[in-house]
Structure formats: C-alpha cells, structure tokens
Design a protein around this ligand. Structure first.
Ligand code: HEC
Ligand SMILES: [Cu+2]
Length: 410
C-alpha cells in the first residue's frame, strides 16, 4: 500500500548481527510507516549489497513454476540438447574427450561407475528426473572442484580434466531422502600405460540352510513392506489424491519406483529357479530398496493429502503445532502411529484437556499415576520435561484437539 512501507537499503549494519569478522553484511530493512511510530518489520542481511537495488512485487503476482519440465536448461529455459531420460544414460568416448549422459533421481546417480584415462577431458551432463517440488539434488566429485545444483527437471553440466590417477567418489550434496547417502558413484581415473591387478574380494560362503533362511527373511520383509505400500495406495485412492497436482506428482514419483519391481522380480525368480539362491537374495534386496523408496514418497504424499483434507486449524491450534515441533515432541511421537512414545491421536479423549495440558507442562507431576506408570513401563521411557510454557502447552492442547477431530485421516 502506498505510504505504508519504507525500504531502507543500508550500508552499515554495526551491532545488528553477530560479528563474525571484519566484513559485516549489508542489510535491507522493511519498515512499517503506516502508524504513528515507525516499526522495523524485517531485517535482512545480504552478502553483496552494492550497488543497492530493490524491486518490490506483490506476492499474489508471483506465479512461479514449481518444477522444470524434465530436461530444461535453467539458463536458457529451453529444452537442453543434453537432456537425458531414464534408460538413455550413456558414456561416449571421442579420443581424449569423455561425455557422460547421467540421470539423478532418488536415490541413484546413473551411471554409478565412470572409468576414464588420466588426462581425459570429462563432461558430465546431469538430468534430474524428479517431478516432486523442491526435491533438489546436488552433484560433486571428490577433489575435482565441480559442483552442480539440480532442481527437479533440470539438466546441467560439469566439466573437468582428470589429471590424477585414482578413485574419486561422486555424490549428491543435498539431503534428499532417507536414502540420500546411497546417491553416489565412483569415477575411476586410470593411467593407460599401467596395468592394474584386480584385488579379488573374498566372499564369505554361506551354507545352503543359511541362504534359505536369508531368502525366506527377505521375502517376508518385502511382503510386509508391500502391505504398507498397498495400505498407503488404498488411502490415497480412496481420498482422491488426483485432485491435488503436487500430491499427484509425488504419487507418480512413488509409482515410478514401484514400477521397476516386476523386472527385478523376474530376475529374482529366475535365479531361484536356477538354484542360485545367493543371486535371488541380492535381487530381492534390490526389490526391497525400491519398496522403501516407494513407501518413503508414498507416506509423504499421504501426510500432505491428510493436510489438504483436514478441517482448517484455528490460530491457537496452528501455534500449537509450531510449539509441538519446536518442543521436539515429534522426535518421539508420530501422529497416527506408535513410535518411541504413544500415538497422541485420542490423547485428549483418553485423558481430557486439563490432564494433557498439565502433562505437557510438567510430565513428572503425573509419573505416579497408574496410567502413566503403565505407559512408562511399556515404552521403557519417561517423557522428558520439554520446558514448554503455559501458553505453549495450551496451544498444544488445541493442536491435539485438531488431531482428534481429523483422526480418521492419520
Ligand atoms: C524423548 C521422547 C519424548 C518426547 C520428546 C516427548 N514425549 Fe510425550 N511421551 C513420551 C513417552 C515415552 C510417553 C509415555 C510415557 C510417559 O507418560 O512418560 C509420552 C506420553 C505423552 C502423552 C500421554 C499420551 C497418552 O496416550 O495419554 C502426551 C499427551 C505427550 N506425551 C505429549 C508430548 C508433547 C506435547 C511433547 C512435546 C512438548 C512430548 N510429548 C515430547 C515420550 C516423549
Ligand atoms: Cu539427492
């Protein structure tokens, strides 16, 4: 609103931020001048303030793209000539030039092995196949000073000269999912004038009984994991996830992972038939990996859908949720699930608002009650005092009432 806001583009920020060295940030300040007294609303330290420049845009005018179309060069905003789709990953050699067409999607970088000769010039075109919003991957090669940020759908390129012989891990540099640490591969740089002896890895040989037991165990695990997936899929379908584009994108992502299973299952069964239990176990493990990825994304979609369908939160409940997260309650309690602590769904119904309020504020005040004693025994853990204030504890009760009102969704 005209005459409502003042933007100060400040050079000196002495005393505003923690001093961390001679170079202080410059800062922009948003000042509310609508009232009788100027009020500082926002203090924004910026690393490079000169020349000061500012444009303000009404938030509702912003309508950014949530993800790139797969294979977009973010600099030109056009389809990249180096875009690589699943199944098109390849390594092309032309004399001393090695060009790699790679893809990244949770939780793999494909290819996972790149072998080049010392002195080669290596170009790696990376395409993110992610369609989920904000699911960014990074790419770095150890010791080679290259880094790329791959937002969903983007294609980017890194280049370097492989000057040193050795093995250089490359990996995703964004914490992208529970299996993020799996997102890596190895660049091997060989000296073409040398011959390398392969170090045979001694494999521990298992007896037939041990292998059978392993096979049985992984089959059971996969069955149990699939049950979880099917339950999530049923939930998503019943609640009409297709109506929500960002959730539908997550589900498409999950199904991508799930769709890779039949091919691997065929390999596992073939190995089993041929009597190669060792190989069958390895393939079944691969299936489990795909299932975990499917479940991981599926559960995220479920949580989002629950949020879409739930009744709106009151202001107090929404403050309560923030307090709940700030208080670390979610470290032990998972809504809708028994975790390191009880499922808090229904806590209000079980014990009443006043009790939950008092317990949140000061759990130790209730440790002598038979109800709490039984819980402590069951979880082998006392709920710690998280030092919530009275106001926070009240808000948390409102949040828990919201949970109970929407219990069928969790
Ligand atoms: C370190 C793990 C841990 C943290 C953190 C934690 N809790 Fe708990 N909570 C438990 C355990 C274990 C129990 C059951 C044993 C007990 O009552 O002490 C419990 C019990 C409860 C109960 C009673 C549940 C019922 O079914 O009647 C409520 C309510 C509760 N917690 C709320 C909270 C809130 C709110 C926070 C955050 C301020 C929180 N908890 C943080 C572990 C935790
Ligand atoms: Cu990643």
């Amino acid at each position: 609103m005209l005459g409502q806001w003042l933007l100060a583009l400040d050079k000196l920020s002495i005393d505003r931020f923690n001093p961390v060295g001679p170079l202080h940030p410059q800062n922009h300040q948003l000042i509310d001048i609508g009232g009788p007294k100027m009020e500082l609303t926002y203090d924004l330290p910026i690393p490079l303030g000169e020349p000061h420049d500012v444009v303000s845009i009404e938030a509702k005018k912003l309508n950014p793209k949530a993800t790139y179309d797969i294979g977009t060069d973010s600099r030109t905003e056009q389809a990249s000539p180096f875009a690589t789709l699943a199944g098109q990953e390849r390594i092309v050699r032309d004399g001393k030039n090695v060009t790699v067409y790679a893809t990244m999607v949770r939780s793999h970088i494909n290819p996972e092995r790149i072998t080049v000769n010392k002195g080669d010039h290596v170009t790696i075109h990376l395409s993110s196949l992610e369609r989920a919003q904000d699911e960014t991957h990074g790419f770095a090669v150890d010791g080679l000073n290259v880094h790329a940020s791959l937002e969903p759908g983007k294609t980017a390129t890194v280049e370097f000269d492989a000057l040193d012989e050795g093995v250089f891990p490359y990996y995703c540099t964004e914490f992208c999912s529970a299996l993020h640490l799996e997102m890596m591969g190895y660049l091997m740089v060989k000296d073409p004038n040398k011959s390398y002896e392969s170090t045979a890895v001694k494999s521990i040989s298992l007896t037939k009984e041990q292998l059978e037991a392993q096979y049985k165990k992984i089959i059971e695990t996969n069955k149990a994991t699939d049950t979880v997936i099917q339950a999530v899929v049923k939930y998503l379908k019943e609640k009409g996830y297709e109506k929500y584009p960002t959730i539908a994108a997550l589900v498409a992502d999950a199904l991508d992972q799930y769709g890779k299973i039949p091919e691997v299952k065929a390999k596992a069964d073939k190995a089993l038939k041929a009597g190669d239990l060792n190989q069958a176990v390895l393939w079944e493990n691969q299936i489990w990996q795909y299932m975990v990825k499917t479940a991981d994304v599926g559960l995220r979609a479920k949580a989002r859908l629950a949020r879409e369908l739930a009744t709106p939160m009151t202001e107090a409940a929404s403050r309560g949720e923030k307090a709940y997260l700030r208080g670390g309650c979610n470290g032990c309690h998972v809504i809708g699930q028994v975790s390191s602590g009880p499922d808090l769904t229904g806590a209000i119904a079980r014990k009443g608002e006043q009790w939950v309020y008092e317990f949140t504020l000061k759990p130790e005040s209730k440790f002598n009650e038979p109800y709490t004693k039984a819980l402590i025994e069951y979880f082998n853990l006392r709920m710690p005092n998280q030092h919530m204030t009275e106001a926070e504890s009240k808000d948390i009760v409102e949040y828990m009432k919201w949970i109970d009102a929407n219990a069928d969704l969790f």
